[in-house]
Design a protein around this ligand. Structure first.
Ligand code: FPP
Length: 248
């Protein structure tokens, strides 16, 4: 089992915890450049950070953690970097899946999967299968994911159901739409964290983050620590969430 740093976790008021935290893990390349390293070294360091943050999420008994590993736009990066990220992704799953399983993590992938190499797709299916009965943190890895793409895929599925006579257009509700999203059955995003200093959403969880609280930091992802993750959670606990009403 992953050990927990009780002192650190005690800073979080459990009654004010977000149910679902999403993270845009940005700044790997800049972290590496600053050190005279190749961008890929930043991604390697980023995987270590991810492992630490997942561990913290497990120890906090967070309900869902979603991370942006590879966007639909990331295919436009140089081939060498795309290949490297794919290998890193495979290695990560190969190396970590058993330990995640032992920590009751349930992994899921958001996004398209069909353009990944068959071996990677197989590993993704095996990881889902291995952890499918786990009841701990729902760990969503967004890979070949774009929020607009996800919404279009959901709209297409509903349109086909209307065409097949299963539904009327006016039957389409928020709930029905959510059931067609990659995150079906999961709570909406409460807290969206972005590292690396940029202040944008970058096509991430556009539907699910409708009422998310945002937390931005200049820290590049490889240097993001469990302590800073806890800072974000503590700050979330102080926010007044009104969901469009006058009080909560
Ligand atoms: C953004 O940094 C990061 C990515 C595009 C990839 C994120 C990937 C990881 C953290 C590691 C791999 C993940 C898994 C699940 C194995 P950037 O390259 O855009 O940084 P920059 O903005 O400084 O260039």
């Amino acid at each position: 089992m992953w050990e927990s740093d009780g002192g650190l976790l005690a800073r979080v008021d459990k009654t004010k915890m977000p149910r679902h935290v999403a993270i845009i893990m940005d700044g790997n390349g800049r972290w590496a450049n600053c050190r005279g390293l190749l961008r890929n070294a930043g991604h390697v360091a980023g995987v270590k950070t991810l492992k630490n943050i997942l561990k913290t999420a497990v120890n906090l008994k967070l309900e869902a953690l979603t991370v942006y590993a590879f966007s639909t736009e990331n295919w436009k990066r140089p081939h060498t970097e795309v290949d490297f990220l794919m290998h890193l992704f495979s290695d990560y799953l190969e190396r970590e899946k058993q330990e995640m399983h032992e920590n009751n993590v349930r992994i899921k992938f958001l996004g398209r999967t069909e353009d990944f190499a068959p071996a990677l797709q197989k590993l993704m299916r095996e990881s889902i299968e291995l952890m499918k009965n786990n009841t701990g943190v729902k760990f969503n890895v967004a890979a070949d994911y774009g929020g607009q793409d996800e919404i279009i895929r959901a709209a297409q599925k509903l349109a086909y159901r209307v065409k097949a006579g299963e539904l009327l257009p006016e039957d389409i509700s928020t709930q029905l739409f959510e059931d067609e999203l990659d995150t079906f059955g999961q709570p909406p995003v409460d807290l969206l964290i972005r590292t690396g200093g940029e202040l944008r959403v970058s096509n991430f969880l556009l539907w699910q983050a409708a009422y998310a609280e945002f937390w931005f930091t200049d820290t590049n992802w490889p240097e993001f620590t469990p302590e800073e993750f806890i800072d974000a959670l503590v700050d979330f606990g102080k926010r007044s969430r009104r969901f469009g009403t006058l009080n909560n």
